[in-house]
Write a protein that binds this ligand. Sequence first.
Ligand code: CO
Length: 209
Amino acid sequence: MGKLDNLLNNNKRWAERVRHARPDFFLELSLQQKPEILWIGCSDSRVPANEIVDKLPGEIFVHRNIANVVVHTDLNCLSVIQYAVEVLRVKHIVVCGHYACGGVKAALEAREHGLIDNWLRHIRDVYRFHREELDALGNMEARYDRLCELNIIEQVSNVCHTTIVQNAWAAGQELCVHGWVYRIEDGILRDLQVSASGKDDISDIHRLR
Ligand code: CO
């Protein structure tokens, strides 16, 4: 335990600092959470949700996994989306991936990585859907960057295709799904301009009546 004492000490100092700046901050948070954003991001330690958009505790509901994948049978991710949409009634869902994502890179490699290959299969599928575009890119670096973007775009679609999001839209709930990409080298987020805010923004194959 000794080695983690610094974290516990950091925490005490942080809580003290926050209390000093806003005496009622923790009391207010203890009464309710009212985040307007659900963040679905990569587990990568260099892409922490709240910090990179400069938000305090209570402002973002977060789900993170390797390579920010939204799988339509993943009860963990689906439960987070359901709670965020139906109970917290968030107004935005942001799927945030990043360039140089280790999960995406591993999915491009032919070698075996063990159990995780079953998770990365979903990214390999994204590669298969866009193989022509990706293979046409000359160098591996460009291919890798583009697959990071395409993976985010695919996961935005997966969020939109859930019954949860489609039911919210059908009920007239205000809800917009976005795809953002983060560059670790400069700390800058970019909007991939694939936002969807209603059933007209998704393919008819997945549109439920
Ligand atoms: Co990553």
